[in-house]
Design a protein around this ligand. Structure first.
Ligand SMILES: *Cc1c(COP(=O)(O)O)cnc(C)c1O
Length: 462
């Protein structure tokens, strides 16, 4: 054994303790550090010829790189839809690395059963019935990709084509209909050989809405009658968190033949709040569902879950048949369900958080985030230099400059907020108007944080 490696092995508990100390310091200082990284990153160092040991690596990381990492796990990082990591989920994440299980299959471990237990808990959390089975994947993009891949296989079933064997080309054009799809849907279509250009935008409801007009969707389905299509319903758009009417869309399945995929990346968490649960009524009727976990469940990157009613088709797409692994029988191992073969025990952080805080704890995070978004929305409206681009429907505030909201001026506002170190928000264009989004999905965010964000916005826009 290499001498440094042998030395590290003999001091393993001590080294883990040292890493723990750094982690504890970082976690404790998170709310105080600048929200976005200042300055330029250091130049690249050459590949180390000899090893510095884990101590040396820790010291070098703390010196060269850690100071430039963002406070994205902290309470005022409101860009994209960014969750933090609950204390229990961090502990679960560490132990995932320590146990280092390969979740491709059972492999002499109970870990696969733990993932199955966690998937069943999540299914219940989001109000899905037992017809749905699921698996952990790395994020909502992959979850959407898996859902559309199963939908593609379903289209093959309808047309008498075995897509898994014959390829997507054998299907002919397969269209995907959606009102306000997330950009990852087009990416998934590219990956799956469906083609980005086959994404058809269905008109939205009038009156500053991002939800699909179900009558227009029905008209689009009528036009395509006789050919299978995929419908992507959106349960929480990223700009204004608008929800398609899932119940009405699902009802169309009685008259039209389509695969219904619901992108509930973060919006599915509305199910946790009695006040908002109606927004995801009908979710269970979907053929496949995408939910991100590194957003509103507040587990560390990267984790999402995918659900489907057609695990048989999922296995047709993803089965990994090889002479020594054999074809799946009974409840399939995870390597037959997801793009990955070897898989991290990504379920453990979620399992820890669900055990630690339960449904009630996670409901509180969702409800607090929604209340804080409302508070920021009201504050923005009261500022003379800013105006809302849409009502605050759930946990995102979409706003712009009251006067002359040009791309350049809005980018200037974003830069000023970032430079203050107080908050971080990401730009968007909504209804043709450049604006900013403040998305609340971190378990740490408080009212005091929201007031600080508001003061930073007042200073930057005044
Ligand atoms: C974030 C998001 C995605 C993509 O999620 P990743 O985890 O970044 O892959 C897809 N759809 C919606 C609605 C999202 O909010």
């Amino acid at each position: 054994m290499d001498r440094t490696l042998a030395d590290d092995l003999s001091r393993l508990p001590e080294l883990l303790q040292a890493a723990r100390d750094v982690a504890a310091r970082e976690a404790a200082g998170l709310a105080g550090r600048p929200v976005a990284a200042p300055g330029r990153s250091p130049g690249r160092a050459p590949l180390p010829a000899g090893g510095a040991g884990a101590d040396g690596a820790l010291a070098r990381f703390a010196e060269r790189w850690a100071p430039g990492f963002s406070g994205s796990a902290g309470p005022r990082y409101l860009g994209f839809v960014t969750g933090g990591a609950t204390p229990a989920s961090v502990a679960g994440d560490w132990l995932t690395s320590v146990f280092d299980q390969n979740l491709s299959g059972a492999g002499g471990s109970w870990a696969q059963e733990l993932e199955r237990e966690t998937v069943v808990w999540l299914r219940e959390l989001f109000g899905l019935g037992e017809a749905h089975s699921g698996a952990f994947v790395t994020g909502a993009t992959v979850s959407n990709t898996v859902g559309l891949a199963i939908g593609r296989e379903w289209a093959g079933e309808r047309l008498g084509v075995d897509v898994s064997r014959e390829g997507a080309a054998a299907l002919g054009p397969l269209e995907v209909l959606s009102g306000s799809p997330h950009s990852s849907v087009a990416k998934a279509m590219s990956v799956l050989g469906l083609g980005r250009d086959r994404l058809r935008r269905v008109p939205l409801l009038p009156g500053n809405r991002e939800a699909v007009d179900v009558a227009a969707l029905e008209a689009a389905l009528t036009e395509r009658a006789g050919r299978p299509v995929i419908v992507v319903a959106n349960a929480g758009t990223v700009n204004t968190v608008d929800f398609d009417d899932l119940r009405a869309i699902a009802a169309l399945k009685e008259r039209y033949d389509f695969w219904l995929h619901v992108d509930g990346a973060f919006g599915a968490f509305a199910a946790l709040s009695p006040e908002h649960a109606a927004l995801v009524d009908g979710l269970d009727a979907a053929d496949s569902v995408c939910v991100d976990l590194h957003k509103w469940l507040n587990v560390p990157y990267d984790a999402a879950v995918q659900f489907t009613r057609r695990r048989d088709l999922q296995v047709a797409v993803f089965h990994n048949a090889s002479p020594y692994l054999g074809l799946p029988e009974g409840e399939p191992d995870f390597l037959h369900l997801t793009p990955e073969n070897s898989r991290r025990l990504r379920a453990l952080p979620a399992w820890f958080s669900l055990v630690a805080y339960g449904r009630a704890g996670h409901r509180e995070i969702v409800e607090r985030n929604v209340a804080l978004a409302r508070r920021l929305g009201a504050g923005v409206e009261a500022l003379p230099g800013l105006r809302l681009l849409a009502p605050v429907r759930l946990n995102v505030v979409c706003f712009t400059l009251a006067e002359d909201p040009s791309q350049e001026r809005v980018a200037g506002l974003a830069r000023a907020v970032t430079a203050s170190g107080e908050a971080y928000m990401t730009p968007t264009v909504y209804g043709g108007v450049p604006g900013l989004r403040a998305a609340f999905s971190n378990w740490r965010t408080t009212e005091a944080d929201t007031e600080r964000v508001l003061r930073a916005l007042a200073a930057a826009s005044g």
